[in-house]
Design a protein around this ligand. Structure first.
Ligand SMILES: Nc1ncnc2c1ncn2[C@@H]1O[C@H](COP(=O)(O)OP(=O)(O)OP(=O)(O)O)[C@@H](O)[C@H]1O
Ligand SMILES: [Mg+2]
Length: 215
């Protein structure tokens, strides 16, 4: 079976994931790679509908368990419909967030049982793991400031979307969670300090890409 390359981007809100994915896309295009870029939540038509529920500021009564299952539902659809078929065709598939987000936010952040979260991640993805996960770290103070700016432009004046409204303490737990996950799977992760410039971060990512995939 021909097999593409599966890369995920992780990190707190505003750390620069989307910025770096766009820059990586430029590189892939320039070098003639077949690639596909998607995001979670919302990588497919059905996932986009789930995304609307998850990010709607009015859904304040949502339980953590409901949120966890919606993310898992989104991921199951995204993995089966988009990621697996494209990897089979040899594409470079990039996802803006994947299961590490669930482990960091719902597991470490909201304190849901980690074993349960990991099992659910496995069920949703059928065990499909990224070949490379770029984790961009950033303190919640800086990250949220960046994220709020974006949300204002998107039409959420003065406050971010539902997740962004969570407190700084929560985001600190998320960041620690990400670092714990990366510690357990060092081989899969490239950890970059998000306070570096976009160009510096991009260069580190390209370097790792070339090293890891010999392209
Ligand atoms: N390395 C950087 N240094 C300073 N500012 C940056 C850097 N990377 C991105 N930014 C800016 O920070 C803001 C957030 O960046 P971006 O949207 O890429 O983050 P994100 O991780 O995708 O956020 P979200 O999780 O909310 O989608 C944008 O205004 C972007 O221009
Ligand atoms: Mg983004």
């Amino acid at each position: 079976m021909t097999r593409g390359i599966f890369i995920t981007f992780e990190g707190p809100e505003g750390c620069g994931k989307t910025t770096q994915i766009t820059m990586l896309e430029g590189y892939l295009k320039e070098h003639g790679f077949q690639y596909h870029i998607s995001r979670e939540p919302g990588g497919t038509r059905i996932s986009n509908q789930i995304r609307q529920i998850l990010l709607n500021t009015e859904n304040k009564e949502m339980f953590s368990k409901t949120e966890l299952l919606l993310y898992a539902a989104d991921r199951a659809q995204h993995t089966e419909e988009t990621i697996k078929p494209l990897l089979k065709k040899g594409f470079v598939v990039i996802s803006d967030r994947y299961f590490d987000s669930t482990t960091a936010y719902q597991g470490y952040g909201r304190g849901l049982d980690l074993e349960f979260v990991n099992n659910l991640n496995n069920i949703a993805t059928g065990g499909l793991k990224p070949d490379l996960t770029v984790l961009i770290t950033l303190s919640p103070e800086i990250g949220l400031k960046r994220a709020y700016k974006i949300s204002e432009a998107d039409g959420f004046p003065n406050h971010g979307d539902r997740l962004e409204q969570e407190n700084i303490k929560f985001h600190k737990k998320v960041l620690q969670g990400y670092l714990s996950i990366a510690e357990q799977e060092e081989e899969r992760f490239l950890i970059i300090n998000g306070e570096k410039t976009p160009d510096e971060i991009h260069a580190l990512i390209i370097n790792e890409f070339k090293l890891k995939f010999k392209k």
